[in-house]
Design a protein around this ligand. Sequence first.
Ligand SMILES: Nc1ncnc2c1ncn2[C@@H]1O[C@H](COP(=O)(O)OP(=O)(O)O)[C@@H](O)[C@H]1O
Ligand SMILES: [Mg+2]
Length: 411
Amino acid sequence: MSSAIRPYNSDDLGQVLRLWESATDAWPGTDTAMRLLLDSSAVALVAEDEGRVVACALGGVAGGVGWIYRIDTANGDDGHELLDALTTALAHGGARLIAAVSTDGDALTERGFRPTGTAMFDREVADVGRPLALNAVGARVIPPGLWDDLRGMDEAKEIIERRVILPLAEPELAARHAVEQPKAIVLFGPPGTGKTTFAKGIASRLGWPFAEIQPSEIGAEGAERQAKLLADTFDRLLDLPEAVIFVDEVEDIASIRHEERRVSPNITNEFLKQIPRMREAPHHLLVCATNSVGMLDPAFLRPGRFDYVLPVGPPNDEARASIWARYVDEITDEPVEVGVLVKASPLFTPADIEWAARKAAQRAFEREHFAGHGSRATTEDFLAAIAETRATLTPELVEAFIADTTRFSRA
Ligand SMILES: Nc1ncnc2c1ncn2[C@@H]1O[C@H](COP(=O)(O)OP(=O)(O)O)[C@@H](O)[C@H]1O
Ligand SMILES: [Mg+2]
């Protein structure tokens, strides 16, 4: 909508009445709406386009409940922006719950309202200020610290920082040096090495919302309908001013062997169609992740589609030491010999380390619970937990990863 949203004033009355008269939805009728509009507790907003009122939203707050009385739009606008603005205004007016009576439930459910009865909808607003547009597309803001929480993977971090984050964070400097903005990247590596965490870390580092698309879970409907849903999802994400869009297990879509794909060819084709759109969007980054880069169709990986194909590999001793240290600091104040833990966990991924660390904490907790006394987790607790944790990596997996890196990585 190119129109501007502003508070209603009495000069708008004539145009607002005309909007109401032409409405077909069963909101409260014009007389009632008129009375509500003139009430001192009314919250009314209009959208204006070239001096004309093209939409009006009317609500009010009573006893902590914000009521949406009417939303009317001309020229087929879906009114989402106005609904968001009214919800925010009602929340600022003291509403903890927003309720609406409407026969057009779709617009409301798309904005996080749930049906609570015939034509009744409501939505809690304990989270005032949470961007509604993000909720509606399943995107969320990642707290800024996540990038720094990623411990030890210094090499992978540095490459991503330089090649991906900096050009996006400093577009002018990048343009001055004719450095192109990355639009799409692939992360590959064994499970649990931190690919998802890296994707979220990039979003947190850029301050962009993070959205995950799972093409293989897009629903049980027919293949054509699913492709349409995927396209709609991209439409909505591209409507956001900026976003990191994450597609995990991309081999489900782009395996070279069709029978290994978990989605229909329609979805694969739709996904391939969306990549050039992503590449045209200035503030969107597509991050695809895979455990098996060797399974991907080489055409899928080509430079025209993806700027970089980056390995996220097993953590070396140093990396494991800093990942252990992170969890040890959180879990205990006993003196723990991190070096011993590092030696005892040669084939652990970051995910394995996290798992074992939680087990050590659980052990110390149970000991104190059952014995009535005890310390926080000690080196022995961590070693016992390591012994009970099966490492994800094997020497073969590590070797295969090294071979994949030589063959596929492009940084
Ligand atoms: N470098 C790291 N430092 C600390 N924890 C990490 C690191 N990488 C991953 N983790 C933790 O390991 C778990 C698995 O990581 P994830 O990103 O899901 O791996 P992948 O997507 O590669 O399977 C997550 O809970 C994450 O918090
Ligand atoms: Mg993952």
